[in-house]
Design a protein around this ligand. Structure first.
Ligand code: SAM
Length: 183
């Protein structure tokens, strides 16, 4: 299951929210197994933060952040080129428990759409699947984490990231960290 290629698109960015929410959405996308995240309306500073994370913790070749001007063009391209299926996460959608096996059987790539705020109505019809993680309002970060975890069945945590300078050795107590020298 883990071989499946997943991209994430977050639509919108609330200026009143702090940049930490945006950064956390990207970090979850990276840590939970997606290979690329597309975002609109964010500044280069956030991109620099993620580049630093990839450089320290690995993943320069496994995870990419792309800032795009127009999310509609991305979706249109994705559909025109038949890149894969589009899964939009929304509290109004079909329940994840009922839909997950169908989604797991998709052979193509998956583009997961999350919103930073209310998502335009047309996204509901452009998506192949509108999926809820429970039918209560919560957060795009939680929704994304649960969706990716259900899709990858936890295997994303075994894959590791290449070329990192820091690696954690899991331990019952304390912190065990290896710092590697790059040649
Ligand atoms: N009215 C929104 C909705 O359609 O889910 C809630 C907006 S919430 C501030 C921002 C994003 O969080 C949504 O666009 C959606 O991607 C995600 N989200 C929030 N609650 C969710 C839920 N129960 N299931 C799936 N996604 C959810």
């Amino acid at each position: 299951m883990f071989e499946k290629e997943v991209a994430v698109l977050r639509i919108g960015h609330r200026l009143v929210r702090d940049d930490r929410t945006t950064t956390h959405a990207i970090l979850v996308s990276r840590a939970f197994g997606s290979s690329i995240m597309y975002m609109t309306d964010i500044d280069e500073e956030i991109k620099n933060t993620i580049n630093k994370v990839n450089s320290s913790w690995g993943g320069l070749s496994e995870f990419n952040l792309k800032i795009i001007d127009n999310w509609k063009n991305l979706i249109k391209d994705w559909k025109d080129k038949e890149e894969g299926k589009i899964v939009h996460l929304t509290m109004y959608g079909r329940q994840i428990n009922e839909a997950i096996n169908e989604i797991k059987s998709i052979k193509q790539k998956i583009l997961v759409i999350i919103g930073a705020e209310k998502v335009p109505k047309e996204v509901y019809s452009l998506a192949d699947y509108n999926i809820s993680i429970g039918n209560q309002p919560h957060s795009e970060i939680a929704a994304l984490a649960i969706f990716l975890d259900r899709l990858f069945e936890g295997q994303q945590f075994d894959k590791g990231f290449s070329d990192g300078k820091i690696e954690i050795i899991p331990s019952e107590k304390g912190k065990t960290v290896i710092r590697k020298e790059r040649k």
